[in-house]
Design a protein around this ligand. Structure first.
Ligand code: MG
Length: 374
């Protein structure tokens, strides 16, 4: 069945105030509106029309401007008026799917399901039972028996929705489009709704929606590696912990390979180059610097990027000194500098079975990963 999609995004979002209207706010990897557009594209829509507020052209362009096959046009003063404008602009098609941009949890499967329901109906929509008890503001209890919460997307046979809008008064306002077609006697079928189709209404809804949308979180993992050569000395510093040893580590700073690898992992997750670019070895101010300075700098970059560090894992590679007795102190020091709970900080050690430069105790190496949510 050929179908076109109309996405209603013309609201000003007065109930979820913010600098950016809710349909253009970032939700996980893409703006709210782009989630619905992408789902309609994946479901195979011939045309996708987005009805926007005339003042939001630039926001819309930034959100979905580079998506092929998507057009946007000015909506009306009400949701009903916006749908009417969309219907006027949509070309020849068998079915029309109408969806609210404020419900970013749309999936291609749900679009297919409402369209499939048109085999035996003129209109279809997802609906969920009401599970809370209901009461009027005046106090009387309202029975929830037989009451359903109707969501979007709502699918219609094209000729039915066109006829229903043509029959309705030009300035009429309806809550949704099922109400419009019901007035011309359309056969309506309700299918199982989906909690992920929740409508973003209040500011706190964004957090919940982000958690509900599978894959919505933009997770980046950075990897880092470092090695330092042993030289004369009486201690090494690894992951911020000073350990007495019969050698020292040579380096322009304190040669803490563990934290250096970790700094590179964080910079990697942020796409911010490497430790050498931020703290050039040629710059005398970093000579004998504590690597805590570098790690604090990396943590500050995470904050500046509006990102959140969720986990780090460091592996130290050496025959000696033995890391085991200092492992917990290293975790604690790393957790303290990065502001992470201990459970999100891992420090491990291994040897290379006496092979290679670490096996010959010419030096030691470290590798690390940092996981960042953006
Ligand atoms: Mg280093």
């Amino acid at each position: 069945m050929r179908f076109s999609a109309i996405i209603v995004a013309a609201g000003q979002g007065a109930r979820a105030p913010g600098i950016i209207p809710k349909q253009y706010r970032q939700l996980g990897v893409r703006p709210v509106l782009a989630w619905s557009v992408e789902a309609c594209r994946q479901a195979g829509a011939d045309q996708i029309l987005v009805l926007i507020h005339p003042a939001h052209v630039e926001l819309c362009r930034a959100a979905i401007g580079d998506l092929l096959g998507v057009r946007w046009l000015p909506g009306g003063a009400s949701r009903t008026a916006s749908v009417r404008a969309g219907l006027a602009a949509v070309g020849s098609t068998d079915a029309i799917v109408i969806h609210d941009a404020a419900r970013p949890g749309l999936s291609p499967d749900i679009v297919s399901d409402v369209l499939a329901a048109l085999e035996t109906a003129d209109a279809a929509a997802p609906a969920l039972p009401v599970t809370d008890s209901l009461r009027r503001t005046t106090g009387e209890e309202v029975t929830r028996d037989g009451v359903l919460r109707v969501q979007t997307p709502q699918a219609f046979r094209a000729e039915i929705i066109r006829a229903a809008y043509a029959a309705a008064a030009e300035d009429a306002v309806f809550t949704d489009d099922l109400s419009v077609v019901q007035r011309v006697g359309a056969r309506i079928k309700l299918i199982d709704g989906d909690i992920r189709l929740m409508k973003l209404t209040y500011p706190e809804d964004f957090d919940m929606a982000e958690r509900l949308l599978v894959g919505a979180r933009d997770v980046c993992v950075g990897a880092g590696y470092d090695a330092h050569r042993f030289g004369p000395g009486d201690h090494v510093t690894l992951c911020g912990v000073r350990i007495a040893h019969d050698k020292g580590l040579i380096g322009h700073s304190d040669a803490d390979a563990g934290w250096h690898a970790l700094v590179d992992a964080i910079l990697g997750a942020l796409g911010e180059g490497d430790i050498g670019a931020h703290f050039p070895p040629s710059d005398p101010q970093w000579k004998a610097a504590s690597s805590e300075t570098f790690l604090r700098h990396a943590a500050a970059l995470i904050m500046q990027a509006g990102a959140r560090l969720t986990h780090v894992d460091v592996t130290l590679v050496c025959e000696r000194p033995k890391i085991g007795p200092h492992r917990e102190a290293m975790r604690a020091a790393t957790a303290r500098v990065l502001g992470l709970p201990l459970s999100r900080v891992s420090v491990k050690a291994t040897t290379t079975e006496r092979m290679g430069f670490t096996g010959r105790e010419e030096g030691l190496a470290a590798q690390a990963t940092a996981t960042v949510e953006r």
